[in-house]
Design a protein around this ligand. Structure first.
Ligand code: PHE
Length: 341
């Protein structure tokens, strides 16, 4: 008799593995566990069982019933959760699910760092438009028609709403200087972070879109010494206090005198190598005293006010800070690269 119950147990096990829908579950319940189900029948039949085995048979029958109930309960839990496949029971010893946390892109981090450094010494942030007109990008920056940087080769010209005006993608953040001065009287102390565009052949050192941060300070009696002091302060804060910098004379139509700032080569520590073209130095920014002619475009009196301006390339600066060999790596979105910062 007890063998019989073993057979039922196997049958229940087999049926259990086929329960994959609420309908099959209900069928299982009706067949084994309902009032007219098999288990109830077996209990009804208990009175006909020989007394000598009644005790052990009764106990085995109870176990069988509990077994069927347990299967029913576990299955109903999974089927109601919509889980019909896989493991029947939660395995709490499995490792938890992990998620990749996102992080800020290297460029975003750098723009935030640079902004904070300048905010600490009183600069405000202004963001100008990326689609500029020729007036703000060139004319008002004292860059006449014949200047080579206006060449079609360098500038992306585009058509715009006003047919008499020439529109372009700004080639630097310097038009931001003009827009700030048009709307505000001195003192002006502002930085202009943002994208710039030039029609350049793409290589390990240049892209047709890159980021710059412009700086402008105008007040009474602003001197070249303050420009140098500000840039040195920035370099020390951004690259570390041991960084060596140097200022070289240069030319920009909108500053006079003009300069370029170099920092020592990250690779050779100014000994001279391929990256720095054996000069030991890498250029990070252009700068100078605002040309009095620029003040005339924004109705500032050059007899009363003076100022300095600078513009730095962010990708370039980061190549130096982190020793990144190729500027294109910023935009390939290779997680193995991005994760390092
Ligand atoms: N706009 C210049 C460039 O893109 C940099 C610059 C900015 C130089 C401000 C002088 C003053 O090269």
């Amino acid at each position: 008799m007890i063998d019989n119950l073993e057979k039922f147990k196997k049958e229940i096990e087999e049926k259990a593995s086929q329960i994959t829908s609420p309908e099959a579950l209900e069928e299982f319940r009706l067949y084994y566990l309902s009032r007219k189900g098999l288990l109830n029948d077996l209990f009804e039949n208990l009175k006909n069982i020989d007394k000598s085995i009644k005790g052990s048979y009764g106990k085995a029958l109870n176990d069988l019933k509990n077994f069927a109930i347990e299967i029913f309960e576990v299955k109903s839990k999974y089927i109601s959760k919509g889980k019909t496949k896989g493991s029947m029971i939660d395995d709490y010893t499995l490792p938890g699910k992990t998620f990749n946390t996102g992080s800020k892109h290297l460029l975003t981090q750098a723009l935030e760092d640079i902004t904070k450094i300048f905010e600490r010494i009183g600069f405000k942030v202004y963001e100008g438009p990326e689609i500029e007109d020729e007036y703000h990008n060139f004319d008002a920056l004292n860059t006449p028609d014949y200047h080579p940087s206006r060449d079609m080769q360098d500038t992306f010209y585009i058509s715009g709403k006003d047919k008499d005006k020439k529109y372009l993608l700004r080639t630097h953040t310097s038009p931001g200087q003009i827009r700030v001065m048009e709307n505000q009287q001195p003192p002006v102390r502002v930085i202009v972070p943002g994208k710039s565009y030039r029609n350049e052949a793409i290589s390990s050192r240049s892209l047709s879109m890159f980021h710059q941060v412009e700086g402008l300070y105008v007040d009474k009696n602003v001197t070249f010494r303050e420009l140098k002091g500000t840039l040195d302060f920035f370099a020390k804060e951004f690259f570390g206090k041991d960084i060596k910098t140097r200022l070289r004379p240069s030319f920009f139509p909108f500053t006079e005198p003009s300069g370029e700032m170099d920092v020592e080569c990250f690779l050779c520590k100014s000994k001279g190598c391929r990256i720095c073209k054996y000069t030991g130095w890498l250029e990070i920014l252009g700068c100078g005293m605002v040309d009095p002619d620029v003040f005339k475009f924004v109705n500032y009196d050059p007899e009363v006010y003076s100022g300095f301006a600078f513009g730095m390339g962010i990708e370039r600066t980061l190549l130096i800070r982190h020793g990144i060999p190729d500027i294109r790596m910023f935009y390939e979105n290779d997680v193995r690269f991005l994760k390092q910062f």
